[in-house]
Design a protein around this ligand. Sequence first.
Ligand code: HEC
Length: 129
Amino acid sequence: MYRMLNGLLGWMVGAVVVFALFSAASLAALTALAAVPPERGETPPAIAPDRAVALRHLLTQDCGSCHGLTLGGGLGPPLHRQSLADKPVPYLAAVILHGRPGTAMPPWSAFLTATEGEWLALELKGENP
Ligand code: HEC
């Protein structure tokens, strides 16, 4: 009887230790998350890394079909950083999302959220991390 009790006790202590280790680990993970430094200055819109890859692909493939593969201009004007230096991000985001009626520039709002339109504008201006 004593041995059985002892065994049970040992098991319980073991379980408590494992549980404590797990909570310590999740607490450490939480602290690590909270420790991420706040971004400075003008915060670029939050875009998931895989979506960023897809959007950069869109820029060269889809936008590139009119603006040139290297965005140096074609049917559409060049979209290089220097060419857009004096154009504000909200203006560029609006053109990207809503297109420019009466020209070949199509609206992209069916494929992009407002945040993604802004992200693309920042990307063109070289302001994304
Ligand atoms: C079918 C051709 C076409 C495609 C595809 C296209 N554009 Fe355009 N884009 C144009 C044309 C043409 C203009 C110039 C419109 C005008 O005459 O005002 C333009 C203008 C712009 C402007 C304004 C530039 C400025 O200097 O004012 C931006 C920004 C822009 N496009 C971004 C994009 C992005 C980003 C994409 C891809 C998501 C894209 N475009 C896809 C044809 C296209």
